[in-house]
Design a protein around this ligand. Sequence first.
Ligand code: ZN
Length: 422
Amino acid sequence: MNIPESFLNELKQRTDIEDVISSYVALKRCGSKLVGLCPFHNEKTPSFTVFTKTQSFYCFGCGTGGDAIGFIKRIENLDFIDAVKFLAKRTGLQIPEKELNDSFGSEYETLYEINKETADYYHSYMLSKEGKKGLDYLISRGLEKSTINKFNLGFAPDCRNSLLFHLLDKGFWIGDMVAAGVVRNTQKGYCDTFRKRLTIPITDLSGKVIAFGGRTIDGTMPKYINTAETRIYKKSGGLFALNIAKNSCKKSIILCEGYMDAISMHQAGFDNAVAGCGTALSNEQVELLKRYSREVILVYDCDDAGQKALNRAIGKFRAANINIKVPFLYGGKDPEEIIRNLGKEQFAQMLYTAPDDIGYAISHLYQKYNLSTIQGKLDLISEAAVILSAASSIERNLYISQISGNLDVDRESLKAQFDLLL
Ligand SMILES: [Zn+2]
């Protein structure tokens, strides 16, 4: 991608770094500099510094630094060209169109275009008479037309090459379709990747389609096929619906396991919900969440697999120093069902008043052990001691009081027992 030097210079001149950064970070003047809490690492005293004179920033804590474009790249998770576009839009500058279509950027541009065309094609197919089965399924799962349109959900025909021919018609090359992951090159020839499946477009932070989740509606296994990694899509790097959730002003982000869960939550007004893309939670995703929110609410499935994934996620968030809440879900097997059965107010109550991970783990113990027996109480105490070893001393003391009340055990002897087990 060649952005003319003259354009970049003009953009830099018209961009005030203080103005750009202060829409993300609360800055305080300190002599000729401005300081604030670094958005790229966790800190309690400000080491993030903005130098208005040189129009640059530097964090003395984590060493991140650069100019306004560098800041936008990092905080919005954009590549250079998209960061330039982002700032240009903000300042009302027009990038010369011709330059944008030139050079190596266009290779990626083609993949984005193919994905967009694919999403639209499957969406219109679903709204046609032939694709009604897909639409009926989504409606049976409680989705409204407006939600289906908002997420551009679609349905793929049960046909080997319908997308391939459609894209050829639009002037795309087969090689690029394969590179985008929407067509596969098999031993029997080229074949559309998503056949007879619902298509859920996955977008990057700027809203461009970069991949798809494909879900069966007739019990065919596997239930989900996702786009394999491509030049514009890295599975472990993204979060479904984060492009919408990042604009929500709520202080927390809701993380759930499935696309459908996230979509149902958005429909009910929880526009701060995101989902992983069919893989275990990665460190990159944890970092991404940390960038957009101080708190993550974990909505995982109640089955064994879900609980195992939940425990792994809790470990990762704790290590990354992110506050989490773990709600006890009831009233249905997934968010859509819970919202349908109990209403969104009660679901919101469940989420926003949820305990943190330690509270969640301790509460589980009360169900796990038979507390009418002495052995049950003793077992609970030893397991609670293990859980509380990860807690701060103030947290530990609060839980000791709570447990002593609940088990009707003298607080001091319980505390002594805990200190022994630690
Ligand atoms: Zn920093």
